[in-house]
Design a protein around this ligand. Structure first.
Ligand code: AMP
Ligand code: ZN
Length: 561
């Protein structure tokens, strides 16, 4: 669809745009001609032959005659009528059948083909170009990254793999270069030494070659997505500063959201001793009660800093009701999570998670479940040649009979992670239809399908593209941010000097920026103060740990710059 739009965009640029105006004028001329003929037809019919026709019939007659269709259902029976009909036919042939197609070909089709043939993507950037990000490898992740970078006005240049791709990207308004990524002359032309960052999402072997070539030229930082988690070390050896094992991260995100077992394993990331963890509520003794009633703070000292419910994140209040469909986001220490584990494990029964899709991501999810001691069943239409650890049921996971036979009726959690979004949506809908309680965590290969997966009944959707793009944006911005999920993150900022000495409730951080303070870390004390009470005094030199959307984070930066 995007490619079609990009091609159509040609007609709105330069000379083609002027020609388009000419075409519109010509169409108006044709339309007037049809109207005039239709009126003359009515008059002639009435005066010559005493027959009365409506204007619609007149237009119909004119069009059938001009296009030489001539159905023959309305015809003249007099000589002046014949002459008029002949005149209409001849002008139709000239203006409609000869001039119009000729004009279309010479004004639109020929210039369009010519431009495509003549198009040569630029092989290098201007000498003085600097501070740009070079992006190698175009897929859903880098496309999402480019959208984020456009929003943040970060200059970037995309390296296209071929002419057609370069043409389509340039038509979308992106700055493009075309060349062999591992050719040092091309990289010099891409001003690699003056670039701010290099991002690669090419396959691992090509990325390794690219990194080695870049390192012969300059020290520009390189961040890459590792296809295989085992290649991370090799990619680093080749010169990549950051090698992101995206499939392993995604597998872990899916696994921690599909089970309540082992609260310790639900940690998303950490700021020193402060851990941010996420745990689904379904199957826990907390369901159906309010935050105040479960008194988690008193029992474990953990703070609930957020609630996710079907893609919507909210900052909880004391009277927030905990539904079985929600996920709690917690802040606390390792020991506090162990305490939560005990609290949940005492009451929760056996868990069982079905993992549909045993590719790279499904395999990573299965390994995490294994570490948490959660029993799981893997289903894939083919054996995973890279995995020696797990055995999977082989068959189409969209087959309800197969899933039924494999015991899906006993499952409490379901991870839907094939590389086909249509299958993922289908399986989510089918599973939700037959079991309204099952915890469904689904993977969206394309961001556009996140909403459909929620609509089909998923409790949580993890999008490859947005997780990948968010991690890369954090790398580019040199941020110490934890990526929670679509549109929400935890980040650390030094206390703005003008807030020092104030009480937390006087600083009005939430009102001004929408961000909430999750914890305060004082340089002297090792233990962070989690969910600080409103009357806490903000001490100079301390760090704030905040939760909010990327926009709220921007607001914070702007307000307290
Ligand atoms: P990956 O993208 O590496 O996580 O791999 C996705 C996995 O999904 C592959 O192993 C595919 O064989 C698997 N897959 C795709 N469609 C289906 C399906 N309808 N049933 C079972 N497995 C599937
Ligand atoms: Zn495996």
């Amino acid at each position: 669809m995007k490619t079609v739009a990009a091609e159509l965009a040609f007609f709105l640029r330069g000379q083609a745009r002027k020609n388009l105006k000419l075409l519109i004028v010509y169409c108006c001329f044709l339309f007037t001609m049809v109207l005039v003929y239709a009126m003359v037809f009515r008059h002639l019919m009435w005066y010559l032959e005493g027959r009365e026709y409506s204007i619609i019939a007149g237009i119909y007659w004119t069009i059938t005659v001009m296009t030489t269709l001539g159905f023959g259902d309305i015809t003249f029976h007099s000589e002046p009528g014949y002459i008029f009909a002949a005149l209409v036919t001849i002008s139709g042939v000239i203006f409609l059948l000869i001039l119009l197609p000729f004009g279309m070909i010479s004004l639109f089709i020929a210039p369009w083909i010519e431009e495509r043939i003549r198009y040569r993507p630029p092989p290098e950037l201007p000498n003085d170009m600097q501070g740009h990000v070079l992006i190698f490898g175009i897929d859903a992740v880098t496309r999402a990254l480019m959208r984020k970078m456009q929003g943040r006005r970060m200059p970037f240049v995309v390296i296209a793999a071929n002419h057609d791709e370069a043409y389509a990207l340039e038509a979308q308004g992106l700055r493009v270069l075309y060349g062999i990524p591992t050719d040092s002359a091309f990289l010099s032309g891409a001003r690699v030494a003056q670039a701010r960052y290099i991002i690669s999402n090419l396959g691992d072997p090509e990325t390794i070659n690219l990194s080695l070539t870049v390192r012969t030229l300059c020290e520009t930082p390189i961040a890459v997505i590792a296809e295989e988690p085992e290649h991370v070390e090799l990619l680093r050896l080749a010169g990549a500063n950051q090698a992101i094992p995206l499939s392993r991260i995604l597998g872990r995100y899916l696994a921690i959201r599909a089970t309540t077992r082992g609260a310790k394993a639900h940690v998303l990331d950490s700021f020193g001793t402060l851990l941010i963890a996420e745990i689904p509520l379904y199957g826990t003794p907390f369901v159906g009660r309010t935050l105040e009633q479960i008194s988690l703070r008193q029992q474990t000292n953990l703070a609930v800093i957020g609630l996710w419910e079907r893609g919507v994140f909210s900052i909880p209040r004391r009277d927030s009701l905990l539904s079985e469909k929600a996920l709690m986001v917690l802040a606390g220490t390792q020991e506090q999570l162990v305490a939560l584990e005990r609290l949940i494990d005492e009451k929760s029964g056996e868990d069982l998670v079905f993992v549909l899709g045993h590719g790279r991501i499904g395999c990573a999810a299965a390994s995490y479940l294994d570490n948490m001691g959660v029993p799981f069943v893997l289903v894939d239409q083919q054996e995973n040649p890279h995995c020696e650890e797990h055995s999977a049921v082989v068959g189409d996971a969209t087959s309800r009979a197969l899933l039924w036979k494999s015991g899906i009726a006993r499952a409490r959690g379901l991870i839907v992670t094939t590389n086909d979004d249509n299958s993922n949506i289908f399986m989510t809908l089918a599973a939700r239809h037959s079991n309204s309680h099952i915890r469904i965590v689904a993977r969206a290969n394309r961001e556009e399908n996140v909403d459909q997966l929620y609509a089909a009944g998923a409790d949580f959707v993890v999008s490859n593209a947005s997780v990948g793009a968010s991690i890369l944006t954090n790398v580019l911005e040199n941020k110490e941010s934890i990526y929670l999920s679509e549109g929400i993150g935890v980040f650390r900022r030094p206390l703005p000097p003008n807030l020092a000495g104030m009480r937390l409730n006087e600083a009005h951080i939430r009102r001004q920026t929408g961000c909430s303070v999750v914890a305060i870390e004082n340089s002297e004390s090792a233990e962070p103060l989690i969910m600080p009470p409103p009357e806490t005094v903000l001490e100079a030199g301390s760090d704030l740990i905040l939760i909010g959307s990327p926009e709220q984070e921007e607001d914070f930066n702007r307000t307290f710059r």
